[in-house]
Design a protein around this ligand. Structure first.
Ligand code: NI
Length: 248
């Protein structure tokens, strides 16, 4: 169920039976020397569409930009500052809430978005109350990161061990290879990655992680793994969504 391909009357009809909507969010940022810049948006979008298909819940267009300030040392990265992302998510939640959506389920593809999005939810609840929106007391927002679901973590650990790393991971790259087989040509054996560690500003990030990877070996990624990660994330997040819709 795609919001962007629906009419407003269809949305009005839908809201009589279901108050939920899925909003996928990613990031447009470097993913190491062999990974696509759009990895986080591509993964979040494909999983969101699959969850929408499985549950019959609307899927909003993907928000392809996220908080990626620390990746700005690498060309092609396009980032929103935390304050911008907070305002953006706040405004999108309010837009939906004003027309009666009560359950906003964000499927996230990028770790750097999480804390800001949780703050945006708090801000949105506060605004909805101040505006005395009819849904103010029943508005619920949730962010789930597909790569943190136990089923995905378990599978990534068994396939890649500690080569999964923290950024440009084989699991996320595998999904992009499954979705876009042309990307397989970019894959090649790389020297050992820099070890995972802290994240500060973009210059410090580039000094610690010169090729953009954090402890990962994306060469281990295979398209068939990607299909499996996509399926596992879809099943886990669909269950999560169904429970979220029922929450009081
Ligand atoms: Ni990523």
């Amino acid at each position: 169920m795609r919001l962007d391909l629906s009419t407003w009357q269809e949305v009005e009809e839908y809201l009589k039976n279901c108050k939920g909507i899925i909003l996928p969010i990613g990031s447009t940022e470097q993913h190491g020397p062999t990974g696509a810049i759009g990895t986080d948006a591509l993964t979040a979008k494909s999983i969101a569409l699959a969850v929408g298909k499985r549950t019959g819940v609307y899927v909003a267009p993907v928000q392809a930009y996220g908080m990626a300030e620390h990746h700005l040392g690498f060309p092609g990265t396009m980032s929103l500052q935390p304050s911008t992302l907070l305002q953006l998510i706040h405004d999108l939640v309010l837009s939906l809430a004003k027309n009666g959506f009560e359950r906003i389920f964000i499927i996230n593809g990028h770790g750097g978005n999480i804390s800001t999005i949780k703050s945006a939810f708090a801000q949105a609840y506060s605004t909805a109350s101040k505006l005395e929106l009819p849904v103010a007391n029943s508005l619920r927002c949730k962010i789930v990161s597909w790569f943190m679901t136990p089923e995905v973590l378990r599978e990534a650990r068994s396939l890649y061990g500690d080569k999964e790393g923290q950024h440009a991971t084989p699991s996320e790259i595998a999904i992009t290879l499954y979705l876009h087989p042309d990307l397989i040509q970019k894959q090649c054996k790389l020297p050992p990655p820099a070890k995972s560690g802290p994240i500060y500003d973009s210059q410090d990030f580039k000094r610690r992680y010169p090729d953009g990877r954090m402890g990962s070996d994306p060469y281990l990624a295979k398209p068939e793994h990607g299909k499996m990660f996509l399926d596992k994330a879809t099943i886990a997040l669909s269950t999560d969504l169904v429970n979220f819709l029922k929450e009081l």
